[in-house]
Write a protein that binds this ligand. Structure first.
Ligand SMILES: NC(=O)c1ccc[n+]([C@@H]2O[C@H](COP(=O)([O-])OP(=O)(O)OC[C@H]3O[C@@H](n4cnc5c(N)ncnc54)[C@H](OP(=O)(O)O)[C@@H]3O)[C@@H](O)[C@H]2O)c1
Length: 262
């Protein structure tokens, strides 16, 4: 039996790295991408040693225009068949929109939206033709919110990922291809620092979940063909909470949660 191949973006740390371990343990070959090649190489060495996994590394900055096309071309140079595509790479930025640097906004939209969309578009035709394949998109609990004052662009990108994933899942019904969207709440990864969110109440009011647990929820949900996965009991409640109150109240709560202290 030939091994299946999974592509994982953003596998150099956090949830993406934990997902790579889970795929490797299940016998998948991997193509992993990120900018920090040394971390990907370390991951590759570990997975080769522990699971005899073949790991191919693509070092690329995918927060740029047409990065999805460029990355897909490199993936196709490695393999003709992608069985699973995991769109995990993403960044946030805890800033007031009016003072947020335009290039930070541009790069966030390219990475969180454009590259994810382009990669999915490129991966799907071969999956549909085969009648099998899986897409796992990493959105966020933020995607369920009416908005994130203090992190407006990030919340909006994740609402896009959630909406997009739901819609294409519906389009692909009966195709043999599943689309799962993983919506984590606060999770202990590098994200908190890189997004500048470490001083927000959101990351301090309760203990963030660990990346391993979040990745396992997403992985299991994807293998079962679930549409949406929200890891953790409290997060499940927070995902439905915007439906229980007027948007103005949810926005005020989010504003307080995202305000930077100190
Ligand atoms: N942590 C949370 O609280 C949380 C909550 C909800 C959703 N999420 C989502 O979970 C996903 C994974 O994030 P994480 O929490 O695991 O954070 P993380 O540890 O910061 O991981 C982010 C990954 O994305 C990659 N990446 C970032 N910018 C990139 C670029 N320009 N080009 C290529 N790769 C890039 C990073 O690799 P390099 O730096 O090596 O390029 C890294 O591997 C993201 O989509 C995030 O929005 C996180």
């Amino acid at each position: 039996m030939t091994k299946k191949t999974a592509v994982i973006t953003g596998a150099s740390s956090g949830i993406g790295m934990e997902l790579a371990h889970l795929f490797a343990a299940d016998g998948y070959d991997l193509i992993v991408t990120a900018r920090r090649a040394e971390l990907l190489q370390k991951l590759s060495d570990e997975l080769m040693k522990s699971h005899n996994t073949s790991v191919r590394i693509i070092q690329m900055d995918i927060a740029q225009p047409y990065a999805g096309e460029a990355l897909w071309k490199e993936i196709c140079d490695i393999t003709p068949t992608v069985d699973v595509l995991v769109n995990n790479a993403g960044v946030g930025d805890a800033s007031e929109f009016s003072t947020e640097p335009p290039e930070v906004i541009e790069r966030m939209i390219h990475l969180n939206i454009s590259t994810l969309t382009a990669l999915t578009r490129h991966a799907l035709p071969q999956m549909v033709l085969r009648g099998s394949g899986k897409i796992l998109n990493v959105a966020s609990l933020a995607g369920y919110q009416p908005g994130g004052p203090g992190m407006a662009v990030y919340y909006a990108t994740k609402a896009y990922v959630l909406s997009f994933s739901r819609a294409i899942r519906c389009e692909l019904e009966s195709s043999g291809v599943s689309v799962t969207v993983l919506c984590p709440g606060a999770t202990a990864t590098e994200f908190e620092q890189t997004a500048g969110a470490e001083k927000t109440l959101l990351f301090n009011w309760s203990k963030p979940m660990d990346a391993k647990t979040v990745a396992l929820s997403g992985y299991r949900g994807m293998q079962r063909g679930c549409g949406e996965v929200v890891p953790g009991f409290m997060n499940k409640f927070l995902a439905v909470s915007p439906k229980l109150a007027p948007a103005s109240i949810a926005l005020a709560v989010n504003k307080a949660l995202l305000a930077r202290r100190g």
